[in-house]
Design a protein around this ligand. Structure first.
Ligand code: ADP
Length: 734
């Protein structure tokens, strides 16, 4: 685009430059001077100026000017009777003009060339050139026959074709008189007279010559007059008018002499000063007027050119900027599209990777839980069966390691669940005080281990029932209080719940868990909520832990719309606090009271003698579960596949109070088996046994008709409490 504009500028500039007056003025000026000097008979200066015109025109590649200068030179040489030089100039002029469209200038040059050949008596060539001139005139539709016809007539006459010649001359003579044709007509009369003279028709010749002289005397063609006077003298002589003949001869000689004198003067005069001052002033005035007019036109043309250039430049720049903008926009779009595409691919990859990680973790933790169930289960059983004193230590270590591994797997699974967004925030009614009291009760034993006081400071202004996610709340407080009790000895852990305010049925509650334990170093406080971040290696060695607890807590509080903060000082204690907004529930608190914890004696009494069907394919798990069932005085049967279990229940051969249904079974799995059983038996309690993984949450399992879910590996107390809860529910339902 830039190139186009530059080209445009250059051509416009060149165009405007070609209009500069200087060179053309110079050519025209010198030609005019040359003509003037020629008319003033100063041939030298005339030639000099014609040559200057030629030089200027050549320098500025002005073809027309060059041809005009060449014609002027030719004409001058012709007048000086230097025919061959004249001929060469006319030829050169013709050569220049041939590169231009047909013009009367070209015809004139051919005509003059013809005259040259006439003078050289090369009549054939001369005739050809006249014809050439004639053709050009007629194709240009210019009526300029007389001059050429005259020459043609002379040609015919020279060739002895007198009749043809006479016809042509007669035609010229018959035309009306005009000033321009004086010379031509007088010449035609002279020529026809010459023919008559040659035919010895002297009277006719005399007649023509007299007419010729009378026309000639109107102008200044002295050369012609000399010819006519001489011819008149001859004719009169032939007619024996001797005195007349003598008179004409005398006139002829006088005139010829003065012409010779004049020619001498002409050739001698080389001085520009020979032109009178007044004439020179006239000439310059005329030339400068013409110049001024031309310059005015030129200035106007220049102005228009400049305006046009400016306008076109602005338009070009505008187009350029639009064009550039367009290119930039297109490029940016393309780049954005490419980037979008790349991002989409990257996102897909990241999602796939994340999914793969989640699947991997889910599978691995699931697969780890089954053997862990065996380890923990058997350890539990061995500890129950009065082991020897020296075995007790090993068994306790085994129990600790098993429990650690279980917590670790649970934490990994939990964090994976939160990060994979595979987790939903529940909105159910719950009693926050009850939730915290239960947690306090369940952790009392742990508090005693380290000789800590666990205090619950609950603001009674907090609404009794709120809408929220009690499971996540429990997870949060269990983790925080567990940590506080773990890192505090002989101190105090305070759980605070305080109402900040209510607005539009929404209560803002401030929660905090404060301890008087070891505290957390300032530099660790920022990273403490990252996964696998622990206070220090020493702390880890001394207190254990996975470094995932606080990461889970933070993510859960984020999910609930809060933001956990920490204030801590080494050696003085820590305070974890956060605010949560919770909708105030309109439901009463009564229903919750039904779900009171059962006493251990009640559980044992309820379980005693119950018939339990264990549907489990793993031999070790079969053994552990059976042992745990039998330990509480229950009777257990085992079936290792779902199809058979469905058949047994259908045929009702044996009465069962409860089915413990493993979810992952060969053939139909536990969920399908439960679904089939529910088609003919809706009452029989069924509890799912599962090493629960990411995709099998409680809700899904219950939707198949199961009453409860026990996750493997079993925690004995939880195991018995869930079974007794389900059994007591079915009893009360019956
Ligand atoms: P861990 O399972 O290792 O306890 P957490 O994420 O729960 O993992 O805690 C990370 C680290 O934060 C702990 O190792 C401990 O150094 C520090 N920490 C957490 N809670 C407390 C606390 N109440 N007092 C002192 N240190 C704590």
């Amino acid at each position: 685009m830039k190139k186009i504009i530059l080209f445009f500028f250059l051509t416009s500039f060149a165009f405007s430059q070609s209009r500069v007056v200087e060179p053309i003025d110079s050519v025209a000026y010198y030609i005019k001077l040359a003509d003037l000097y020629k008319n003033k008979d100063n041939f030298k200066l005339s030639l000099k100026n014609a040559n200057s015109a030629l030089k200027y025109a050549s320098n500025y590649k002005d073809i027309l000017g060059k041809s005009k200068a060449l014609t002027t030179l030719g004409t001058t040489y012709f007048e000086l009777k230097k025919i061959e030089e004249a001929r060469d100039y006319f030829l050169k002029s013709i050569n220049e003009l041939n590169s231009l469209p047909l013009s009367s200038d070209l015809a004139l040059n051919y005509y003059k060339l013809g005259l040259c050949y006439m003078s050289l008596e090369e009549y054939e060539i001369a005739e050809n050139y006249f014809k050439e001139a004639e053709n050009i005139y007629s194709s240009l539709k210019i009526e300029n026959k007389e001059l050429i016809n005259l020459q043609k007539g002379i040609l015919y006459k020279n060739k002895g074709k007198y009749t043809l010649a006479s016809n042509i001359f007669s035609e010229i003579i018959s035309k009306g008189d005009t000033n321009d044709d004086f010379n031509t007509k007088a010449e035609a009369l002279y020529q026809i007279a010459d023919i008559e003279l040659k035919k010895n028709r002297n009277n006719l010749a005399l007649n023509y010559l007299t007419r010729a002289l009378s026309i000639n005397s109107k102008g200044n063609n002295f050369e012609q007059r000399i010819k006519i006077l001489f011819e008149l003298s001859l004719v009169n002589d032939n007619l024996l008018n001797l005195s007349e003949s003598h008179r004409y001869l005398k006139l002829h000689v006088n005139l010829r002499d003065s012409l010779i004198q004049l020619n001498k003067k002409r050739l001698a005069s080389t001085d520009f000063n020979s032109i009178k001052e007044s004439e020179r002033v006239d000439l310059f005035e005329q030339l400068s007027k013409e110049n001024e007019a031309r310059q005015r036109t030129s200035r106007f043309t220049k102005l228009i050119s400049i305006l046009a250039i400016a306008l076109i430049s602005i338009l070009s720049l505008l187009s350029l900027s639009l064009y550039k903008n367009n290119i930039i926009r297109t490029r940016s779009n393309e780049m954005l599209q490419d980037k979008n595409h790349e991002l989409e691919i990257a996102k897909e990859k990241a999602e796939k990777a994340s999914q793969a990680r989640a699947d991997f973790l889910s599978t691995v933790s699931h697969e780890l839980r089954t053997p862990l169930n065996a380890i923990n289960g058997i350890t539990h059983l061995l500890l129950e069966e009065n082991p020897k004193e020296n075995q007790l230590h090993y068994l306790n270590s085994l129990k600790f390691s098993g429990n650690y591994l279980l917590t670790f797997i649970n934490d990994i699974l939990e964090i994976n669940r939160i990060e994979s967004k595979n987790i939903e925030v529940e909105k159910i009614d719950f009693n926050p005080k009850e939730l915290l009291v239960n947690i306090q009760n369940s952790l009392k034993q742990l508090a005693n281990t380290n000789n800590n006081k666990l205090i619950l400071d609950f603001d009674e202004n907090i609404p009794e029932m709120v809408v929220g996610d009690p499971t996540k709340m429990s997870q949060i407080f269990l983790n925080l209080i567990n940590n506080a009790l773990k890192f505090t000895k002989n101190g105090q852990v305070t759980v605070l719940a305080e109402l900040f305010g209510t607005n539009n049925n929404v209560a803002t509650i401030h929660f905090s868990v404060t301890d008087t334990g070891i505290g957390i170093a300032k530099e660790k406080q920022e990273t403490i909520f990252d996964s696998f971040a622990q206070g220090s290696i020493e702390i880890n060695r001394k207190y254990g832990g996975t470094g995932l607890g606080l990461a889970i807590v933070k993510k859960l509080i984020d999910l609930l719309g809060g933001n956990i903060k920490l204030e801590s000082e080494l050696g003085k204690g820590s305070n974890f606090y956060f605010d949560l907004e919770m909708e105030i529930s309109s439901h009463s608190v009564e229903k919750e009271k039904e779900e009171e914890l059962m006493l251990e004696e009640d559980i044992d009494a309820l379980l005693e003698g119950k018939n339990v069907l264990i549907v489990e394919d793993n031999k070790i798990n079969q053994m552990i579960t059976k042992k745990m069932i039998e330990k509480k005085g229950m009777i257990a049967d085992i079936i290792d596949n779902g199809e058979e279990a469905v058949e047994v229940i259908k045929n009702n051969n044996h009465h069962y109070d409860l089915i413990l249904m493993d979810v992952h079974l060969p053939g139909i799995n536990g969920t399908i088996a439960t679904k089939q059983i529910r088609k003919f038996n809706q009452k029989l309690p069924i509890i799912a046994l599962t090493a629960i993984s990411l995709n099998e949450n409680r809700g899904i399992l219950l939707s198949f008709g199961m009453d409860e879910v026990i996750t493997k590996p079993f925690e004995p107390n939880k195991f018995y409490s869930i079974i007794s809860k389900v059994l007591s529910n079915s009893k009360s339902a019956a």
